[in-house]
Design a binder for this molecule. Structure first.
Ligand code: PXP
Length: 246
């Protein structure tokens, strides 16, 4: 069965737009995680960025307390966050590249160029009983390098697939690239996740890519929650307006 990891960063982005620097505010990403789990999600993903632009430290510790499925901590391979992850003990970490100016994670990790520091982090995580996934582009050299590091998972970056999806030829080309990468990774003993830019339109075609274990999806699910939930939210507010004495 293909599993779903729900990325709740976007809930925190909305909260921070209004409540940055305050100890609480809405919407609450931890509540979003609980709702996602109650709806059947197989895991919760959160990215504690170095600049703390969305998920805050307090969120990640509360998530560790309440998440009952699998907590996937997305993180850059930098010492302060590695130290925090070793204390937090999520079930799995997904190592991602992180640039301050990007809106979201824009490209995959360069495992080839950063082999030594990634190998050290993988070793530390393994010793702490934490699985490791590497977020990489569907690229033969990156998959080879990931397999040699001895991590359990890779997460194939589907951003290019999502961008090409409206164009039939581009879509087929990206599906072929993802398929070849998933086959290569599986043959090398890696487990294969995928994510970035997946949505209600482009997901079904991805079924043809073999060996996928879990998809990590954030933006489209949180966006859809606004669309399908807005009517209820307006109706609840209207009820509070009732019986105005004027
Ligand atoms: N996987 C990784 C490694 C990511 O960095 C992100 C974006 O935070 C996602 C999955 C989810 O992407 P999206 O929000 O486009 O669904």
């Amino acid at each position: 069965m293909l599993k779903l990891g729900v990325n709740i960063d976007h809930v925190a982005t909305l909260r921070e737009a209004r409540y940055r620097g305050q100890p609480q505010g809405e919407p609450d990403p931890v509540l979003a995680a609980q709702i996602s789990e109650a709806a059947g999600a197989h895991g919760i993903t959160a990215h504690l960025r170095e600049d703390r632009r969305h998920i805050q430290d307090r969120d990640i510790w509360r998530l560790r307390e309440v998440v009952k499925t699998r907590l996937n901590l997305e993180m850059a391979n930098i010492p302060a966050i590695v130290t925090l992850a070793l204390k937090l003990k999520p079930e799995i970490v997904c190592l991602v590249p992180e640039k301050r100016m990007e809106v979201t994670t824009e490209g995959g990790l360069d495992v080839v160029a950063n082999r030594a520091s990634l190998a050290e982090t993988c070793r530390q995580m393994r010793d702490a009983g934490i699985e490791v996934s590497l977020f990489i582009d569907p690229d033969e050299r990156q998959i080879d390098a990931s397999a040699r590091l001895g991590c359990e998972f890779i997460e194939l970056h589907t951003g290019q697939y999502a961008r090409q999806f409206p164009d039939a030829a581009g879509r087929e080309q990206e599906l072929a690239r993802l398929t070849a990468s998933a086959r290569q990774a599986h043959a090398l003993g890696l487990r294969v996740n995928a994510g970035h830019g997946l949505n209600y339109h482009n997901l079904t075609a991805l079924h043809q890519v073999p060996h996928l274990v879990e998809l990590n999806i954030g933006h489209s699910i949180i966006s859809r929650a606004i669309t399908v939930g807005l009517g209820t939210a307006v109706a609840e507010m209207l009820r509070l307006l009732e019986n105005y004495p004027g």
